[in-house]
Design a protein around this ligand. Structure first.
Ligand code: ADP
Ligand code: MG
Length: 352
């Protein structure tokens, strides 16, 4: 509901609450069998038959999670959906529906909101999910987006953060650290622009890391490949906060330790190059950067040969007993303990 009519532009006011919802949600078509009733009633009606249902929500706040000075609104809508779908895939489930809610200040026009919804629509089409509801309200300052994703899977297929045992192999999809380096470039160019608005942003050669930041994808392809090869990971999490932090979550849920190898951590050439330009350690970006939305998962040793053959998956280490801690073996064959707070110590070492 547009509860506070004073906070929205005349543009939005002319259209009215229902006009706005209609405008934003126009052209969305339901594709999923489980969607019995979508937008328009007091609630959506879903039916998943025998499958288990998984639900995940994320909220994105302007100035905290995104900066509209360099984030195209269409990308923002796309990313807001994708980061939620990533959580559903991380349960080894298939996303089916989303709800999309926004709180919007008077700074935003109907056209701006439509741009966000263009991105939402693109994501819904690409990932084959239905937009079945949401809420629209005003905010005093800035934009807040909240997305809920709903997915399903047969019970035996669902993978949690727990379930790994000692000696299980630790795998990651894709490559890490790119989204963080993309953000550094965007922040640098924003600062340059602030100093001198005449300056054109210099993004050339950095397309890969910029795309990793602005238009991430959820790893539906990895989930499909694992299913095709009949691999059910023993545990899984998506990498939203950086490899170190997610590995700690896995170890906490499994009451285990872990050992990973720096030279096995996948980092793209463009990420290395960008890190070099910033005089930044690429491993630090991979371990602590975040927003890569890759999957971190564990598999049984017996599945090694099969998983080794799946393109885009790297085996980076193994689960150990808890007492051994969470360690990374560096390129120089040193053991470094990864700790939530102990990270700074490592950063100093590797950056010096
Ligand atoms: P209510 O007053 O019952 O909350 P609303 O007027 O907020 O109903 O919403 C009417 C319908 O439009 C509902 O199906 C709701 O889920 C949907 N809806 C509202 N806002 C959005 C939005 N921003 N995006 C998608 N669907 C929305
Ligand atoms: Mg409502």
């Amino acid at each position: 509901m547009l509860e506070d009519k004073n906070q929205i532009t005349s543009n939005l006011e002319e259209l009215g609450e229902f006009g706005l919802i209609d405008t934003l949600t126009e052209g969305f078509e339901n594709k999923q069998k489980s969607t019995q009733l979508g937008i328009g009633d007091d609630a959506a009606v879903l039916n998943f038959g025998d499958e288990e249902v998984v639900i995940s929500t994320d909220m994105l706040v302007e100035g905290v999670h995104f900066d509209v000075t360099y984030t195209p609104l269409k990308h923002l809508g796309y990313k807001a959906v994708v980061v939620n779908l990533s959580d559903i895939y991380a349960m080894n489930a298939t996303p089916r529906q989303i709800t999309f809610s926004l709180a919007v200040s008077s700074r935003y026009t109907v056209e701006a909101l439509q741009e966000i919804y263009e991105g939402v629509k693109l994501a819904c089409e690409f990932y084959n999910v239905d937009l079945v509801g949401g809420d629209t309200t005003s905010s005093l300052k800035g934009l807040v987006l909240s997305v809920t994703a709903i997915g399903s899977a047969p019970k035996a297929q669902i993978v949690r953060r727990s379930g790994a045992s000692e000696t299980d192999l630790i795998c990651v999809s894709g490559d890490l650290g790119g989204a963080y380096m993309g953000l550094q470039i965007l922040e640098r160019e924003k600062a340059v622009f602030k100093e001198n608005p005449e300056m054109q942003p210099d993004m050339a050669g950095n397309e890969y890391v910029l795309e990793r930041q602005l238009k991430p994808e959820a790893r539906r392809d990895v989930i499909k490949a694992l299913a095709d090869f009949k691999i059910v990971p023993t545990s899984m999490i998506d990498i939203s906060d950086g490899l170190a932090s997610e590995l700690m979550h896995i170890c906490k849920h499994n009451d285990s330790g872990a050992q990973i190898y720096e030279d096995k951590i996948p980092v793209d050439y463009h990420t290395y190059k960008a890190a070099e330009d910033f005089n930044f350690n690429a491993t630090t970006a991979a371990l602590n950067g975040g927003e890569d939305y890759e999957l971190l998962f564990t598999i049984k040793q017996k599945d090694f040969e099969v998983v080794k053959g799946i393109p885009g998956i790297s085996i980076i280490g193994h689960i150990t007993d808890k007492a051994s801690g969470i360690n990374m073996v560096t390129r120089g064959d040193q053991f470094i303990e990864l700790q939530a707070q102990g990270w700074n110590a490592f950063k100093n070492k590797s950056d010096s």
